[in-house]
Write a protein that binds this ligand. Sequence first.
Ligand code: XBP
Ligand code: MG
Length: 268
Amino acid sequence: MGIDALIFDVDGTLADTEEAHRVAFNLAFERYSLGWSWSRAEYRGLLDVTGGKERIAGYIQSLPLAAADCRRLLDLVPHIHREKTRFYSSMVNDGGIALRDGVARLLDEALHAGRRLAIASTTSAINVDALLHSTLGPRGLEMFSVIACGDQVKHKKPAPDIYQLALRTLGLTPDRAVALEDSANGLRAAVAAGLWTVITPTFWTEGSDFSAAGLVLPRLGDPHKPLNDEPGRQLKSVAWLSFEELARHARPPAPLDAVQALYRRVPQ
Ligand code: XBP
Ligand code: MG
């Protein structure tokens, strides 16, 4: 399989960011005196809903509220989320988040091999900009040919729309690219877009059903942080996932049967 591009998810894949998101949500709730504070355990469950605005709205609708109170709070969601994004992006800009092991190396290897890089994320563009700049410096944004994220699509992950947007903008069919993800929602989105997918779970997503993934690794690994015998680890023959190794393992996605093809969402 010839790979022309790697398409990276952001939160959980490029960097382990969800704890910072969780803290930012709670700071925004405090700013609006809502009396809510999402614990780690609670947030792990709330992550089943992708998109910060959608997550807050889903939480409000789960509360035992009178209809008028529910409506009033739902009207507040965009304002709460803007505040949350301000808190989150300032934490990232302060250098509070590092790329996961092996990510910077794989990005460089793919570029040195003449391939293109793209992003397909549910998170807000401000957050992507802050993370790429704070972890990769001014070159961070320039490394990516395409950045598809946030509200650029109506249907967020697990819908395939954000990956289809990235592929369309790259001008590639799914068999010419590979997706890298961390979550079950991200995997569903990438597979529905026809992409062979590498999964590197985090605390927030481990234990999910990754059976549709092409490869599952605890992390990408690095020469100075090699993969050791983590439980359930695949690809035991190498100490980190290089671009060369990735290209060797990537397979065209299994052909859809007639029913699946019928239900694959047509790109918007
Ligand atoms: C993960 C998400 C995002 C973040 C919060 O995105 O679902 O909603 O949790 O970011 P990814 P926002 O696709 O990168 O894993 O508040 O900006 O949505
Ligand atoms: Mg993710």
